[in-house]
Every structure is written in C-alpha cells, then in structure tokens.
Design a protein around this ligand. Sequence first.
Ligand SMILES: [Fe+2]
Length: 175
Amino acid sequence: MDVSTREQWMTIVDSTIAAQPRVSQQLLAMVRGLGDITDGFSVDQMQHALQTATRAERDGADEEVIVASLLHDVGKLISVPNHPKIAAEILKPYVRHEVYCMIAFHQDFQGRYYYEYLGMDPTLRNQHAGEAWYPLAERFADHWDQKAFDPNYPSESLEHFEPMVHRVFAQAKSL
Ligand SMILES: [Fe+2]
C-alpha cells in the first residue's frame, strides 16, 4: 500500500461500490444456511428468522427493523455464544443506531426467558434501562424473537423479504 496511487484507489472504490449487490446476496445465502441449524429448538433457525421478521412486519415495524429481525441470528452460523454482536456489526453501517443496539444486546433481553435454567442472570436487560433504544429492543425480544419458535405460524417466505434486504444493504450510511 505504501506505493499505491490515488488512481488505483479510485479504481478500488469504484469496483467496491459496483460490487455492493454481493453483500445482500451473501446475507440471503446466510439466512438459507440457517436452515441447517436446529440445535434442539422446535423450528430450524431459518424458520425462526422468517417468523421473527414476519412478526415484526405484521406488528408495523419499519424496513430496517424487519431486515434486522430477519438477520438477527445469522451469527449462529459461525459462533453461538457471541452471535448477537456478529449480526449487529454486519448491520451497523446500514441501519440507525437503535436498530444496531436492538440486535447487539438481544441476548440480554432474551435471557429473561431461559437464563435461570442455565445458572445465569435473567435480569441482564435491566443494565440497559434508560437507553433510548431500550423500548425497541424490548419489543423485538418480547413480541417477535422469543415467540418465533411456533412450528405452525404462517411466516412469509424468504423471497418476500429479499427486496427489503437489497434496499437496506444497497449503500452503507456509516462505517
Ligand atoms: Fe432469535
């Protein structure tokens, strides 16, 4: 890099911008990949993703929130313990701060429903009380995510959400 030129960097920038559609394509492939993960739950992780996003959409959430709901567990493809931060960092340049936080801290909110069974603190969400994004994170966890394991729920298909994913990931808004 120490011998690179402005012209070379303009080529790299132009090529990167032109290749942006691969980002949403890759993320949609990751959601499909969640179909291989069940890990003892009553639905596989792709069904869980579709159901979470469908519940968000039917509850009137905006497009960034719906897409974040669809992608919130894609980190499980790589590592379950820290999966919230993986999805949150993927989303960060493309969504507003409260949506990033909704995903980054979602396990602290979900813990209310099962941490006691694992010897962990089910009140971890309380450490975020007072944050501007707290109501959204609570809505996500309590009304969409934790409910989205119903094998009989009529979820939308991945194709339904594809245009939304393409729009949200069309252009980064921040680093
Ligand atoms: Fe989830």
